[in-house]
Ligand binder design. Structure first.
Ligand SMILES: [Zn+2]
Length: 145
């Protein structure tokens, strides 16, 4: 685990209108200096379980459910994002292609009927592993998006 040194944190505010006109969610993100982020990614596999991220959806200009704090990505390396396009296949993290074969279940993988899927089903959250147009096996969200 990398240590964050004092004075090396940038604070970014995200103001997001949520649902009803009067409700505004204020979320706070901590942006680490590039070298600190590199330290977090030391393994080079982008395998960081994360929930809140102030960002757009992958391949979109719309806010991600992560920007509202209503989604979580679990073990991204073992549960990558996969989208097939005319230009080719997008896999994120890029080096996680070995985990596209979901029939060979290995530690950290999320599969139908396991404890992670059952737990999120129990609270009504959707799983990206069930999407038809693309697969995002790491992703669970309150909206199902
Ligand atoms: Zn996600």
């Amino acid at each position: 685990m990398a240590r964050v040194r004092p004075g090396r944190i940038t604070v970014t505010w995200c103001l997001l209108a949520v649902g009803e006109p009067r409700v505004v969610a204020i979320a706070l993100a901590l942006r680490l200096a590039d070298e600190d982020v590199t330290a977090f990614h030391r393994k080079g596999d982008d395998n960081l379980t994360a929930a809140y991220q102030c960002r757009a959806s992958t391949g979109s200009s719309r806010w991600s459910q992560h920007a509202y704090g209503r989604a979580i990505d679990i073990n991204p390396f073992q549960n990558p994002y996969r989208k097939d396009t005319r230009e080719g296949r997008v896999v994120l993290p890029a080096y996680a292609t070995a985990y596209l074969d979901r029939s060979l279940v290995r530690p950290g993988m999320i599969v139908e009927g396991d404890v992670a899927v059952d737990a999120f089903d129990a609270i009504g959250w959707g799983w990206g592993g069930r999407w038809n147009t693309l697969k995002d096996w790491q992703h669970f969200s309150a909206s199902g998006n």
